[in-house]
Write a protein of this length. Structure first.
Length: 642
């Protein structure tokens, strides 16, 4: 593959950026010319942010799997597409070549067709990090079914809500998944999610852990059986074939649920062509991928980072993408570094929370490994603090590897603001400059753009980029009000940001009620709703507090009317309720029982005060004169959990 649109110098970056702003249509048309189209577009971009309506490459026909697989087969058929490293380092590594990936994806496409899945149907995928998860995603895309991957840490109730919202009829899951020493019984969780469900027609179960599972006659089928049957159908005289469905550029590709500041998670919808071009372009430019390199993104495919930078971005570029089933701290905290040496990883893309946790385990785990194959390091998911940045740079990259701090969101589809590795200068804790096509701006609370440098404000984007969210599934109005109504004619990110004297951007964190716990997005309202379901709870308020490893921890203030004979037991019960309703990732770290919450006369909770108490900044709580009853603050301060 030729990467003719890979930016190679600071000047080239500046030119590309300028062109992407001045002539966005010809800029993107030129890049899009490098892909495989069944029919070219009629127009490159049509848009307004009022509805919003964003259409890229309208009129074009394509199939993303032909771009991720088929077009590479002639030259790269025997190149590893996926290197799979199992949870247990003693288990056999699996190397999936592009030829093999092609065969497996054709089989999945055939299997899904056999089971009645059609273009446009929603298929929920709830699996561990096994290659079959990638086959499942791409198999859906091959027939135009819309995949909706749910992270393995979500509870049955969360799954049920998502199945319902997406009106899904099919599920692909595993019997269980391995995470370090634990086995997570995924099919059991699915069974709980399906109690009373009448819309799911088929559940396909891949065997990974041999955990006993209940298989319901007529509904549940084994992946292995169905795939074997499909194999005979797709392979004739040694030639593997399953025609890829021709998709419209703007047909949905997938739904991915993410948390916001209100209500239940929303289904972010990405479409075919724009998402493909965006993930490919950003992958090649940010990481500066070279054809022989091994690239390792440690994210889970249950999150957007895994979608864009384990599957679609790297595969569309014909890259070798390493997929890891396990966790960074098992069998010991040297696991990432062992993998890097074992597979001679050149590019490592991970999260600040992982870096901080490995940092805390000490250098002895790092120093046992050479790490001399590494050339580029990446960070994603939350602001990376300077200390973690320096540690990563010095001890992992040996001061030789540029770090790309990549800022972006589920809604963005791919990286928005980042250094281009070794091409544009990096700066600790700064994402630095926008990718070509991204027009960031800072606004004040009235929506006025803040011009100039050495300023800070709320981060918005002024112009559409190919990978952006198109709608929230089943509720377009929610998409409009969440992202396009706060400020006129702009996409609002929910992040605060500063621009320094050089024009470099630094993301300072969310300005809405969204927490970022270990890089996972969690809405405070979501956690509060779950806590409030617990018997005896009258009201609750949830805020974030700084946490050494997780970045942010969850602090819950709860008014409880039941008898508190054993506070600790009640805390555990409430945490259990949150685990059941959302998943253990949303469990509060600290729970304080309070008599009242600081409210204004109009009944609004003053979260600012609660945040300060959780942050232990009780010296200056700011103006409390608007409070209905200022004495509650003293009580809360006195009972604050350290
Ligand atoms: C935060 C993850 C600072 C930010 C790809 C954003 C970051 C939210 C960075 C999106 C970064 C992500 N620096 N903050 N490099 N990357 N964020 O949807 O607050 O899971 O709004 O997407 O993570 O989280 P999401």
């Amino acid at each position: 593959m030729k990467y003719s649109y890979q930016i190679k110098s600071l000047d080239e970056y500046k030119n590309a950026y300028k062109k992407s702003v001045e002539q966005p249509e010809s800029f993107w048309a030129e890049i899009a010319d490098n892909f495989l189209w069944l029919k070219k577009w009629d127009s490159v971009l049509e848009w307004n942010f009022k509805d919003p309506k964003v259409e890229w490459f309208k009129g074009a026909k394509l199939n993303i799997t032909e771009n991720c697989i088929d077009r590479h087969l002639k030259e790269l058929g025997e190149k590893p597409a996926i290197i799979w490293e199992p949870n247990n380092p003693d288990e056999r590594v699996r190397i999936v070549t592009y030829n093999r990936l092609h065969k497996r994806v054709c089989q999945v496409a055939q299997m899904l067709t056999n089971l009645g899945v059609k273009k446009g149907d929603r298929v929920c995928i709830y699996m561990g990090m096994v290659p079959e998860l990638a086959y499942a995603i791409l198999g859906c895309a091959r027939i135009g079914a819309i995949h909706s991957v749910i992270f393995g840490g979500f509870s049955a109730q969360s799954i049920a809500d998502r199945l319902n919202d997406a009106n899904a009829q099919f599920i692909i899951t595993c019997d269980g998944s391995y995470r370090g020493e634990k086995v997570i019984p995924l099919k059991d969780v699915i069974d709980d999610a399906l109690v009373g469900n009448k819309t799911i027609k088929k559940v396909i179960v891949y065997t990974r852990t041999r955990t006993p599972v209940s298989m319901i006659k007529g509904r549940d089928v084994w992946w292995e059986d169905e795939m074997e049957y499909a194999e005979h159908q797709v392979e004739k005289n040694g030639i593997v074939q399953f025609p890829a469905t021709s998709m419209d550029a703007e047909d949905p590709l997938f739904i991915l649920y993410t948390s916001g500041s209100t209500g239940k998670p929303k289904g972010v919808v990405h479409t075919q062509a724009g998402y493909m071009v965006w993930t490919n372009y950003t992958f090649l430019n940010v990481f500066q991928y070279k054809p022989e390199q091994v690239y390792f993104c440690t994210a889970d495919i249950g999150w957007i980072t895994g979608h864009s930078y384990i599957v679609y971005g790297p595969l569309s570029a014909g890259a070798t993408s390493l997929m890891f089933e396990g966790i960074p701290t098992w069998p010991d905290a040297g696991r990432f570094w062992e993998i890097v040496d074992k597979h001679k990883v050149n590019i490592l893309y991970t999260a600040p929370t992982a870096i901080r946790s490995l940092m805390a385990h000490g250098l002895e785990h790092v120093n046992k490994h050479k790490l001399n194959s590494l050339e580029v390091l990446g960070s994603v998911g939350e602001p990376i603090n300077e200390e973690a940045w320096q540690w990563y740079y010095k001890n992992i990259g040996k001061e030789r590897c540029p770090i790309v701090d990549t800022w972006w969101q589920t809604e963005n589809g791919g990286i928005m603001i980042s250094t281009l590795a070794g091409v544009t200068p990096s700066k600790p804790s700064f994402a630095t400059l926008p990718l070509p096509g991204v027009q960031p701006c800072l606004v004040d609370e009235h929506g006025n753009e803040i011009l100039g440098n050495e300023v800070s404000g709320n981060l918005c984007i002024k112009f559409p980029w190919p990978g952006m969210i198109r709608t929230t599934y089943g509720d377009h109005e929610r998409c409009r009000t969440t992202y396009f109504a706060t400020y006129e004619n702009m996409y609002f990110t929910g992040d605060g940001c500063l621009r320094d004297a050089n024009g470099d951007y630094r993301i300072t964190g969310r300005v809405d009620d969204v927490l970022n716990v270990s890089g996972h997005r969690i809405g405070t309202a979501e956690v509060e709703n779950a806590i409030n379901m617990h018997t005896g709870v009258v009201e609750s308020a949830v805020v974030g507090f700084p946490h050494d490893i997780k970045g942010q921890g969850i602090y819950a203030y709860i008014i409880y009317e039941g008898k508190l004979t054993d506070e600790d037991q009640t805390r555990k019960d409430i945490m259990h309720t949150v685990s059941k309703l959302i998943g253990s990732i949303a469990k509060p770290d600290k729970i304080q029982f309070v008599k009242g919450l600081p409210k204004t006369r109009s009944g609004k909770i003053m979260r600012r005060i609660l945040r300060k108490i959780a942050e232990r900044e009780t010296g200056n709580l700011g103006d409390t004169s608007a409070l209905l009853d200022p004495s509650v603050v003293e009580d809360i301060k006195a009972g604050a959990i350290q």
